[in-house]
Design a protein around this ligand. Sequence first.
Ligand SMILES: Cc1cc2nc3c(=O)[nH]c(=O)nc-3n(C[C@H](O)[C@H](O)[C@H](O)COP(=O)(O)OP(=O)(O)OC[C@H]3O[C@@H](n4cnc5c(N)ncnc54)[C@H](O)[C@@H]3O)c2cc1C
Length: 291
Amino acid sequence: MNAAPTAVYSPRSLATALAVLADRAPVTVLAGGTDLMVELRTGRTQVASVLDLWGVEELRFVRAEAGGVRIGALTTITELRRQPSLGAWPLLAACAADFAAEQIRNRATVGGSLGTASPAADLGPVLWALDAVVRLRSRDGVRDLPIPAFLLGYRRTARRADELIESVWLPGRLPTERGAFVKVGTRDAQSIAKVVVALVASRDAGSGQVTAVRAAAGSVAERTVELASLQELVGRRPDAAALLAVSRVAASRDCAPIDDVRSSAVYRRHALQRVVCDMLTSTLEVPLEDG
Ligand SMILES: Cc1cc2nc3c(=O)[nH]c(=O)nc-3n(C[C@H](O)[C@H](O)[C@H](O)COP(=O)(O)OP(=O)(O)OC[C@H]3O[C@@H](n4cnc5c(N)ncnc54)[C@H](O)[C@@H]3O)c2cc1C
C-alpha cells in the first residue's frame, strides 16, 4: 500500500474543482472510487494529492440537450438503470443490469468508467455504439471528443491533466433501431468481461435493407474497439449465412485479444464471433437457416 496523499480537496462547486486541477497539480481525481481505491490499495497507482468530486452536485445530472441527452460525469451506474429519461437508450440499462453488483453500481460513475479507460469496461462499447461525445472541461473552456478520439489506448485517454470529464452526450435514436448488449463473464455478478459487445442496427421496413449498424467490443484489444467490418452489411438484405460470414470477419480483423487471467485469445475470438452473429440475427430479425 502506498503513502497517504498529502492533500485531499473536496470542493462543492465545479469552478473550485477546476481551480484545484489547474493550480495544485499533480492532483488525482476521485469519483466513486471503485477503481481508484483498488489501485491505491494494490500500490499500482501512487498519488500526491486527491480531488474528491463526490460533493460537486453540478456533475450529477441527466438532461435533454440538442436532440439527445447529456449525462453528468457523477451519474452512477444505478442511475443509468433507473432514470426514466434514459428510457430511449435501453442499452444503458442493459449494461447497468450486468455491471458488478448493487453496492458497486451505487458508487461507480460514468466519468470514472471513462477515466479508467479499461479495455474491459462495460460502458465503453455501449457509449461507442451509441456515438457518444465526451465533454472535457478545464478552466479555459470545453472540448467535445467522440469516444474513438477520447479512448486512445490501454487505460489511456485524451484528457489533459487540467481537465475533468464533465459529461457525455448521446444523440437521440431512430425508432427503427434495435440494440443488444452481451457480456460474457465467469458468472452473472461481480464479473469483469471476457468479452463484451454492444450493437445497434436498423433496417428499412420496405426493402429490408440494413440502413445502419454500429457495434463495439471490449476485452478483445488494448482498448474498446469498433467492429468496423459489420459496415459491409449496410445496403444489403443479409441472410443467416451472410451474418455468419461477417461475424467471422469481425472476430478476425477488428480485434487483437490476448491471453490473460480471465481468458485466452482463442476463446475470446470464438466467443466474439458467436455473440456478434447472435446479436445481428436478433436485432436484424434474420430467420435462422434450417439444419
Ligand atoms: C468489485 C468490482 C466490480 C466491478 N465490476 C465492473 C463491471 O462489471 N463492469 C465495469 O465496467 N467495471 C467494473 N468495475 C470497475 C469500476 O467499478 C468502473 O470502472 C467504474 O465505472 C469506475 O467509476 P468510479 O466513479 O468508481 O471511478 P474512480 O475509481 O473514482 O475513478 C476511476 C478513474 O477515473 C478518473 N476519474 C473519475 N472521474 C473523473 C472525472 N469526472 N474526470 C476525470 N477523471 C475522472 C480517476 O482519476 C481514476 O483514474 C468493478 C470494480 C470493482 C471494485
